[in-house]
Design a protein around this ligand. Structure first.
Ligand code: MG
Length: 373
């Protein structure tokens, strides 16, 4: 049967997720058509070139304003919005897309970390047709949970490569440089998420995402270090059986799964060759990754805590990359933000305006002007 291609809007078209999404779209012209592209930054030339190549209209946030991005995410010529922009800035456009009844495929973490409760208001069922995780670990969980009863899940585990400092002597962490933090051993990603992968803040965010996407209580979501990044997540069932999803560390696979779900077609992603692979798993060392427990606890407490830890990390990573603070000061900033949350007067499930206001307050208190959300 002839079917119309899914009309895709891509937020963050010039970034890492954006480029790989366009690879997937180009590989499946009969199923996917990009109708709208948005990017945040300065690179108007690159965005316009992509728009011409894909025959899509383009919105540059810096030139056209954030309202134009929000309008694009909710516009009539869009079926599915791919959220490929990192950070807090994704909140308003994504919630607008959900409100307008669009399907959303999200690689953005902050959305679920600070506003998981708002997302679930639009999509009470969690991950599925209308809310499609792009993050490799959540794509893996989604794939492992398909066809299974949720009440048969005993626990799940998200894998973490351990980042570039996995084997660095602990005493040398203090002197770890931005350049070294950006050399991720297995994945190619944007700078924010790459540093978050070194600290495991990223994995803490992913625990929170898993909670919101799959209705998992925090005590049933484990993190395990797996240096090869081949097993992306595991689900243990009531009978002791464990299902895992394996694939090469190539984001084009989870992106395609999200875009074509529930269908599986040939993919431009690199294929996995199990021969010669040596897969290792080990527990997380809390002394090496103090940020992980801070982030998970912030998620468990919700509200102000989740907002605070997210704002503090965005700030901390930017300041670390700018050479203003040491690597080991990142968890100290998270702790300071959590102390602010302790004194804040915010409900456990705050509305968007309260989230935006408290986010700005945390950034101000930690010594920098608020980002525009
Ligand atoms: Mg991930």
């Amino acid at each position: 049967m002839e079917r119309m291609p899914t009309k895709v809007a891509l937020l963050g078209a010039t970034g890492s997720i954006g480029r790989q999404t366009l690879d997937v779209v180009a590989a499946h012209p009969e199923r996917l058509a990009v109708t709208a592209l948005a990017a945040r930054g300065e690179d108007a030339g690159a965005l316009d070139a992509l728009a011409r190549r894909f025959g899509a209209r383009a919105v540059l946030e810096k030139r056209d304003g954030v309202e134009a991005v929000i309008a694009l995410a909710a516009s009539a010529d869009v079926d599915l919005v791919v959220v490929g922009i990192p950070g807090f800035a994704a909140l308003r456009p994504t919630l607008a897309a959900l409100e307008a009844g669009k399907r959303v495929a999200t690689a953005n973490k902050e959305l679920l970390v600070v506003a998981g409760h708002l997302v679930r208001r639009y999509v009470p069922e969690g991950a599925g047709d209308r809310l499609r995780p792009v993050d490799s670990e959540h794509s893996a969980l989604w794939q492992c949970l398909t066809g299974e009863r949720r009440d048969a899940v005993a626990r799940v585990a998200l894998t973490a490569s351990g980042g570039p400092f996995r084997d660095l002597p602990l005493a040398e962490l203090d002197a770890a440089t931005p350049d070294a933090a950006l050399r991720h051993p297995t994945w190619r990603m944007g700078p924010k998420v790459t540093v978050d992968s070194a600290t495991l803040v990223n994995k803490g965010f992913e625990v929170i995402e898993a909670h919101w996407l799959f209705d998992l209580p925090y005590e049933r979501v484990d993190v395990i270090v797996h240096p090869e990044s081949v097993v992306h997540a595991l689900v243990e069932y009531a009978d002791g059986s464990v299902k895992a999803q394996l694939a090469s560390p190539d984001m084009r696979l989870p992106i395609q799964y999200a875009l074509l779900w529930p269908d599986r077609l040939a993919s431009p992603a690199e294929r996995l060759d199990l021969r010669g692979l040596d897969l290792r798993f080990r527990p997380v060392d809390p002394a090496r990754y103090p940020s992980l427990a801070l982030v998970v606890e912030a998620g468990r407490r919700g509200g102000a805590h989740a907002v605070a830890v997210n704002a503090a990390d965005e700030l901390a990573v930017r300041r670390f990359l700018a050479g203003e603070i040491r690597y080991t000061e990142i968890p100290r900033l998270l702790e300071r933000a959590l102390a602010l949350a302790e004194r804040a007067n915010l409900p456990r499930e705050p509305e968007l305006d309260a989230i935006v206001a408290f986010d700005a307050e945390v950034r101000r208190a930690l010594g920098e002007a608020a980002a525009v959300a």
